[in-house]
Design a protein around this ligand. Structure first.
Ligand code: BG6
Length: 464
């Protein structure tokens, strides 16, 4: 049986403002939490109002100035969709202003126009791993209820401005990440306790549902989704204790989807809060707000892991402290490669929520070698993506409703965990080195032509 994806499948790629744009203080942009973690989301937090340092993200791949060229390259690959984010600090530099920054708004007008010119549908994340740094310093980040109002103002402003251009929205990128990295997720100090973190998460969930409501009211023909880090865990052994530990571990991320898709806290969390003495302030109005649920579920998927009740088996990974799967190989960064996992995840999410799904991140971070003739033969990336897409197709055959697939980093960008450029995801190579040197020139890798043919044939050229 040959592979064919649904007719209107949204093929494309995904990037994030803080990992591509650069221009970090240009046109009135304020400092964001991302600007203050120059070595990545797991690196030190540096108050850059006080300390002058440089970060690779300050210029990044200079997408702020080079977006027309980049979008033309995406169009050449046949993209039907591009996921990007708006930097909140371009619109409200400190986060608590009454009036938005017109220059910031104008930039995204130009960007979305450029995409639409090439028939590329924008899919826009309101907050991708960044918020105004000022809100963390002055208000204590999402720990403070006021931030819900600031975020709502920001969401309302961008919905109003781009309502005729953007019909697909996401609220918070990998919202479950706050449990692992509270500064990037909810603007809290890293030594915050569980109660503080869950209170901040609660505020963010309320803000997310308020944005959903606003979007439904202001852009009735738009769709708005959540975004989960799909960190699926399999039981390490069939031992019932491992199976149960894995079930609970998966609650750690499914919980966010449960609230955002169902509109209330699941009972397993009530028990968890009680047993961990976590008392949250949840008002009647919050409960009402949470009832406004998302239209679709989106997620990132890079790897799976294993669950066990033996904590000594946990390994410090790049993103989460995962237990490795003895049956899988890993990337150079230790991320285990599991194509079947994406089929499993798609089925699991669809059975649980019965809402359309959107894969908004997937890809392989690897070191690329530029040959003497300038070519880059990234067969490893092609193999990774081919195998995952074959499994996405299997899931579609299983009956799962999949709206689209935007591969992570279609153009090389600064990685999130450690702010590396050596960890490349792109079909398009960017001449940039870790020390900031390089011409920033773009060139096509072998995978560029491969992805182009996959899109052109609507999946037919994939190899089972
Ligand atoms: C996801 C993030 O966690 O994974 C992206 O949404 C990130 O921002 C991607 O870049 C890959 O992670 P990394 O650390 O390899 O960039």
């Amino acid at each position: 049986m040959s592979i064919k994806f649904p007719k209107n499948f949204l093929w494309g790629g995904a990037i994030a403002a803080n990992q591509v744009e650069g221009a970090y203080r240009e046109d009135g942009k304020g400092l964001s939490t991302s600007d203050c973690t120059p070595n990545g989301i797991f690196g030190d937090i540096i108050n850059r109002d006080e300390k002058q340092i440089q970060s690779l993200k300050d210029v990044a791949i200079d997408f702020y100035h080079r977006y027309p060229e980049d979008i033309a390259l995406f169009a050449e690959m046949g993209f039907r969709c591009l996921r990007t984010s708006i930097a909140w600090t371009r619109i409200f530099p400190n986060g608590d202003e009454e009036q938005p920054n017109e220059k910031g708004l104008a930039f995204y007008d130009k960007l979305f126009d450029e995409m639409l010119k090439h028939n590329i549908t924008p899919l826009v994340t309101l907050s991708h791993y960044e918020m105004p740094y000022h809100l963390t310093k002055q208000y204590g980040g999402w720990g403070n209820r006021k931030v819900i109002e600031f975020f709502t103002r920001y969401a309302k402003t961008v919905f109003e401005r781009y309502k005729n251009k953007v019909k697909y929205w996401l609220t918070f990128n990998e919202i479950n990440m706050s449990l692992h990295e509270p500064f990037t997720g909810v603007g809290l100090a890293r030594n915050s306790n569980k109660e503080q973190i869950f209170q901040a998460i609660h505020h963010q969930l309320v803000a997310s549902s308020r944005a959903v409501k606003l979007c439904h009211q202001m852009i009735p023909d738009a769709k708005i989704g959540n975004m989960l880090l799909g960190a699926i865990a399999y039981p390490l052994t069939p031992k019932p204790e491992d199976v149960w530990a894995t079930h609970s571990e998966n609650h750690g991320w499914l919980f966010f989807g449960d609230v955002q898709a169902r509109g209330y806290y699941p009972t397993y969390m009530q028990r968890y809060f009680k047993e961990n003495n976590i008392k949250l302030e949840i008002t009647e109005q919050d409960k009402q707000d949470l009832k406004e649920t998302i239209d679709f579920i989106s997620f990132s998927y890079y790897m799976s892991c294993c669950g066990t009740n033996d904590d000594s088996l946990r390994q410090k990974g790049n993103i989460l402290d995962m237990v490795p799967n003895p049956h899988l190989k890993a990337s150079e960064w230790g991320w285990q490669i599991d194509p079947v996992g994406i089929r499993y995840l798609l089925n699991l999410l669809y059975e649980r929520f019965q809402k359309p799904l959107f894969i908004v991140e997937n890809g392989l971070g690897a070191k690329d070698k530029v040959e003497a003739d300038g070519s880059i033969n990234d067969d490893y990336r092609i193999e990774y993506m081919n195998d995952h897409l074959v499994q996405v197709h299997e899931a579609i055959e299983d009956g799962v409703e999949v709206m689209g697939y935007t591969s992570w980093g279609p153009i090389d960008l600064i990685s999130a965990s450690k702010a590396e450029i050596t960890k490349r995801y792109g079909f398009i190579y960017v001449d940039l080195n870790q020390d900031g040197s390089g011409s920033l020139k773009r060139s096509r890798k072998k995978s560029f032509y491969w992805y182009q043919s996959v899109i052109q044939s609507n999946g037919e050229t994939l190899k089972k």
